[in-house]
Design a protein around this ligand. Structure first.
Ligand code: HEC
Length: 111
């Protein structure tokens, strides 16, 4: 009986560990402040891969989160700020627009 109990306990522990696991795709979101909120809120309706494939500046992420709220995402204002800041840092635009135009290419030397 004692043995059975310990098997049961081990089984329960296993279940507990599985329940504590993060939603599918959570590994796509790098660590940082606001990550846990993003994982929790943004995995409710779709995979987190949908989130991590996007690369936006803070204004772009704000618009996305706003869109998700229109679709029913349950995020308060403070959490919105936190999540937008996190996403903008974790998934910034791939090629930020250059601040100034690059100088024109130098003419090849003439002989
Ligand atoms: C209430 C459900 C819901 C929640 C919560 C939610 N989304 Fe979405 N999201 C959707 C739906 C539905 C789509 C896809 C269909 C569409 O684009 O209309 C989508 C699509 C997206 C897309 C792709 C849009 C595109 O233009 O490519 C991104 C990025 C996204 N979600 C990010 C997020 C982020 C970030 C969060 C967390 C703040 C989040 N979602 C939470 C419903 C949700």
């Amino acid at each position: 009986m004692k043995r059975l109990l310990s098997i049961l306990a081990a089984g329960l522990l296993g279940v507990g560990a599985a329940a504590a696991q993060e939603p599918a795709g959570a590994e796509l979101l790098p660590p940082g402040p606001g990550r846990d909120a993003a994982v929790r809120v943004c995995s409710a309706c779709h995979e987190l891969g949908v989130v991590s494939q996007k690369q936006l500046d803070p204004a772009g992420w704000f618009d996305i989160v706003q869109m998700m709220k229109d679709r029913g995402a349950n995020v308060g204002d403070a959490e919105t700020t936190e999540i937008v800041a996190y996403l903008a840092k974790a998934f910034p635009p791939a090629t930020p627009a250059p601040a100034v135009a690059p100088p024109p290419a130098a003419e090849p030397p003439k002989r």
